[in-house]
Design a protein around this ligand. Structure first.
Ligand code: NAD
Length: 473
């Protein structure tokens, strides 16, 4: 990382710092850097909803960072500790993320200050529908303009309400359902969206452990198998990431940290059993799969191989950064490491896989969903039968020629012809691996770029700069 930037303060400060640091590696024309750094607009919406016999007021934001390409894309968060600055930081990160993985979206983000646990489902529905009306009235939602998705505190249920409300608002628009992604399957969603971000975390880690040059740079050898993993946050992203890593890559999940306690077992824990326990009890207290501790202040300070923060921003303090003992940190959450902690960790030569790459699986599969909605045809519908027929001809011919039957565990999946889920996973893996190869190549081609975050920002900023230049700016 170059030294000629002051480390930024807060989440937005960190993102601005990373963007301007990347700009020092690029020869951008005067004014363009400023154009890319600036957040284009942030709208504050305030509205009232009549609930429980009285009027409650709510405040929300939708921020648009970069419109070098349309529509802009980014989730909507429901939480109490949100503000305009955090939303702007998350919107900037979305611009970087989409540019890094080469999706045709600018960056946006939204938030509503609400504690979802305080309200009944029908009340959240009313609030969500009113919020959608406010966004629609200000052109802050629309399939060609601004396309939200789930984030912390929201999921496919909220996305279904948003889509339904928007479709009422735009009845003549045949593409209206593409106004939001992360919808349930029956409401225009796509198979594999719920698992997408966690699945992408798995692909990111697999790519690192297959990259000989990267392993050599950090003096590592060996494969992913049996790595000891600590995850913070056992929600959508954290749960899916450790589920796939334990079930398919034989990793050991040795600690899971939640807001109200953590559980530890050096031999590794059964993720599905842990999930059922947590869903039923709301905590790991009393769970016999590992040792429970209510104090999570030293959650990251355990000897392990991979740390996956998958909950919130700014969770690794400078003090923890000094002491952490791991081989790799994988930012599944957005912004879990401040610029100051990042510098300490990089100076200790511990690799960090950055959020903008690691958690891009969500927006990548959202892109597939958006395309599916706009084309109005499920993936694979036109060619599945003909593909299966052609494969059957090959299998029959080979069996006749060799006078031997294909093993059924090879034959059946080969003939199945690729479900939507297969296609989504394959597309996700391809987009993520291509992005990883770009990151690795940039570091290889320019040895002064020493870490994956800087390389990612260099790629993203130069992609956005190219788009602005092509517009004559
Ligand atoms: P989620 O709400 O499903 O899960 C978050 C989990 O973190 C919950 O289980 C919550 O109890 C836990 N948590 C909250 N505070 C905590 C604390 N202080 N310590 C430990 N655990 C805590 O949210 P999610 O969708 O899994 O998102 C997690 C992170 O990933 C966020 O930073 C989000 O912006 C990012 N992200 C999510 C997606 C997606 O597709 N869901 C995509 C990209 C990035």
């Amino acid at each position: 990382m170059s030294d000629n930037n002051q480390l930024g303060h807060g989440f937005l400060g960190s993102i601005n710092h990373y963007m301007s640091d990347a700009m020092t590696y690029l020869d951008l024309p005067e004014g363009l850097s400023e154009r890319i750094l600036q957040c284009n607009s942030t709208y504050t919406v305030k509205f009232g909803v009549r609930l429980r016999g009285k009027l409650f007021s709510f405040q929300g934001w939708r921020s648009v960072h970069s419109e070098h390409i349309s529509p802009v894309k980014g989730g909507i968060r429901y939480a109490m500790n949100v503000d305009a600055e955090e939303v702007e930081a998350l919107a900037a990160l979305m611009s970087m993320k989409c540019a890094l993985v080469d999706l045709p979206f600018g960056g946006s983000k939204g938030a509503l200050m609400i504690d979802p646990n305080e309200w009944e489902a029908d009340e959240i529905e009313k609030i969500t529908r009113r919020f959608t009306q406010e966004l629609a009235r200000r052109n802050l939602i629309g399939p060609g303009q601004n396309v939200p998705a789930p984030d912390v505190g929201t999921g496919e249920r909220e996305m279904a309400w948003i889509a339904d409300e928007y479709v009422r608002h735009a009845q003549n628009d045949v593409d209206a359902r593409a106004c939001v992604t992360g919808k349930p399957l029956g409401r225009g969603g796509i198979d594999g969206r719920t698992e997408a971000t966690g699945r992408g975390v798995q692909y990111a880690i697999q790519a690192f452990y297959k990259d000989d040059a990267m392993l050599e740079k950090y003096g590592y050898e060996g494969a992913l198998r049996d790595k000891r993993i600590v995850v913070q946050g056992f929600g959508n992203v954290g749960y899916h990431a450790v589920k796939f890593l334990s079930e398919e890559d034989a990793c050991r999940i040795t600690r899971v940290i939640e807001y109200n306690g953590m559980i530890t077992n050096d031999d590794g824990m059964d993720v599905e059993a842990l999930k059922s326990y947590f869903s039923e009890n709301g905590s790991f207290k009393g769970c016999d799969l590992g040792e429970y501790s209510e104090d999570v202040s030293e959650g990251f300070l355990i000897d392990c191989d991979i740390i996956i923060p998958a909950a919130l921003e700014d969770v690794i303090s400078e003090d923890v950064a000094e002491k952490i003992s791991t081989e790799l940190i994988v930012e599944a959450a957005n912004g879990p490491i401040s610029a100051a902690s990042d510098k300490i960790i990089q100076d200790r030569n511990i690799p960090i896989m950055p959020d903008m790459f690691v958690n891009s699986g969500g927006v990548i599969v959202s892109y597939f969903e958006w395309v599916k909605n706009l084309t109005h045809i499920p993936f694979g519908l036109m060619d599945r039968r003909s593909r299966v027929r052609n494969r059957r001809v090959i299998v029959d011919a080979m069996e006749t020629m060799t006078e031997r039957a294909f093993p059924s565990d090879v034959r059946e999946p080969f003939l199945a012809g690729g479900s939507e889920l297969d296609l989504v996973r394959s597309g996700l893996e391809d987009v993520m691996l291509s992005a990883y190869e770009r990151i690795s190549k940039v570091m290889h081609d320019d040895p002064s770029i020493k870490d994956m975050r800087t390389a990612s920002y260099v790629i993203a900023v130069s992609t956005i700069a190219r788009a602005y230049r092509e517009l004559g700016l």
